[in-house]
Design a protein around this ligand. Sequence first.
Ligand code: AMP
Length: 395
Amino acid sequence: MPIKYIDDLDIKGKKLLIRVDFNVPLDELRNITDDSRIRAVLPTINYALDEDAKVILASHMGRPGGKVNKELTMGPVARRLQRLLKKDIVLAGDCIGNEVEEIVEGMDSNYVVLLENLRFHAGEEKNDTEFANRLSRLADIYINDAFAVSHRTHASLVAVTQFFDVCGAGFLMKRELNYFDRAMKNPARPLVAIIGGAKVSSKLGALKNVITRVDKMIIGGGMAFTFLKALGYDIGKSLLEEDLIDTAHRVLDLAKELGVKFYLPVDCVVADKFDPKAETKIATFQEIPKDWMALDIGPATTKLFSEALQDAKTIIWNGPMGAFEMDAFSRGTFAMVDHVASSYALTIIGGGDTDVAVDRAGGLSSMSYVSTGGGAFIYLLEGKALPGIEALRDK
Ligand code: AMP
């Protein structure tokens, strides 16, 4: 059953509980260092306000573990939101309870109510029915626009929907799901997946699912070395998940069976230690010194991977090509950003570290879409349904 979006619903004059993801990064003085998660939901909030709806926003911040933690108040978000929306924001002292029920009781659409951190209550992460029930008392309609947490079975995403007759998703969710479908369900081909990052284990489900859909698969980052080990090469002290060597074999066999072109690094930047000041050199994949570790793809690999992208019509990318946080090991990832950015393909970047890397390389605006979800994006890559979306479908 398809889900409804906010513009499919009659929200005029209604109270809307909108679940958003305002879990923004803060510096030590609790200044917001990146407000893109707030900006990403402005279209939904503005649409609701234009429809004269009364907007109540709910989000989590950090991991307070079910207890009040003043360091993780939504205060900084309220201030930034006020500036971005140019509208008064009332920050409630809690997300449930009499006080907040009174605040929303007589509210109008001249201001927006932001609830205090949902995770100050243990019920949120336990998908607790009673907590969800209290939340639901605040509004007439529930909207989920928190793609990045919708892989979690939490009360404000799942249990809460049972208490609303009318539920839907916001515009950010719509964009995320539409772009994902364009890349993975009905892609313009060739479809190329680039998968990188530290470990095979965290992306195994994604690898197994993605390989059944793509024409080419490019593997970079630490995880490539478990594959090279599976092929019998000595990888020195590079990242290895010994227990996944057999699995890596199976993935390689599957690629062969399905006729998927599988690309692994042919050279790498090796270092004598995991350190920005390490001694480094370029080595082919057959020549990784015994006591050294490979921390980035090398120049020949960059060339090989860029050629694999030449005819791509769709590119989906998750995970950096190396330990890009250190300058010495960032070139491979940054070069890939340039190649993907200059491609004519539909380019979709899966959040987490990948968008940080793309941003640092200045490629963000050249991508067709950069997902706001790390874990949720991986979930989709694994072919799994997001609990937060399924709860809307059940309505
Ligand atoms: P992930 O969260 O799985 O996407 O992994 C991202 C992390 O993988 C980044 O912090 C990178 O520094 C790290 N990484 C990528 N390639 C390597 C490598 N060859 N060796 C060690 N760490 C790596």
